[in-house]
Design a protein around this ligand. Sequence first.
Ligand code: ATP
Ligand code: MG
Length: 310
Amino acid sequence: MRSDEAIISGTGLVKRFADFEAVRGIDFQVRRGEAFGFLGPNGAGKSSTMRMVSCMSPRSGGELRVLGMDPDRKGPAIRARIGVVPQQDNLDLELTVRQNLQVYGRYFGLTRKEVRAKAVELMEFARLTDRADHDVQPLSGGMKRRLTIARALVNDPEVLLLDEPTTGLDPQARHLLWEKLFQLKQRGVTLIITTHYMDEAEQLCDRLVVMDGGKIVAEGSPAELITRYATREVLELRFPPGDQHAAVDKVRDLAERVEVLPDRLLLYTEDGDAATTRAHDRGVRPISTLVRRSSLEDVFLRLTGRTLVD
Ligand SMILES: Nc1ncnc2c1ncn2[C@@H]1O[C@H](COP(=O)(O)OP(=O)(O)OP(=O)(O)O)[C@@H](O)[C@H]1O
Ligand SMILES: [Mg+2]
């Protein structure tokens, strides 16, 4: 397979639950070796899509190919070559760290000797060696997440699917996981990640699609999306709730676009400092002023009219 060839492709992909369409005809292609993201808010259809790709849930319509195969007909052959980290950890809490890895390895048909060696290697990778023979139950959220990822690697997968790998983790645990995922990518593993963290998508993903309401609303690299849908800088003017409305008319022509949030105005402009000065000259007196670079959050706001954080 050539490196630019799609390792996973969906065309008009649909997932229906009774008469509700959770995934409403999406097209996407993932190339071998890249880190590909599905970014979107709660209910966007990210997990539903991931579950179809990981052969855990059949599609309701459209086409899907994973490693060149149809999940409807080749589920076991696909599962043997992918790793899956579901949104909710599903570790066996009664078993130790080591046993969780070994049981999973046996499931993939490794010999006892192979699983023993593999478990040692993966515990090292997940920095859990000192917990090897401890129960899983009392591990911290970050440790459990690392173990779930380690377990998904037991069959040396070509593709690793991670559904919200760092949700609920503290910043340090998130950075450690990002480092681990980056190592895997360096080794050539294709990563597919869902997240509703913009910083995570910007850090990890070569390309991503923005999903909302079961549809893909934009696609590109983080930098491309920001260039296409936002300006270089954003000026944030924070007001006591309600007071921002009075200021809108005074600043509207200072920016390419103005977003009104419950406690803030966002002015999209190439030069945030210049806009700050001009707003001040016009008598606008916010509680605080911040000039920052545009982010994927701004892209999402532009595309959907909503903020991504719940
Ligand atoms: N088994 C199911 N039965 C019925 N509806 C479902 C089922 N699974 C998901 N849905 C619905 O499909 C929609 C998409 O859900 P999905 O879990 O794919 O979203 P998501 O993008 O992963 O959201 P989150 O960020 O909250 O994990 C939601 O409205 C959800 O309620
Ligand atoms: Mg989900």
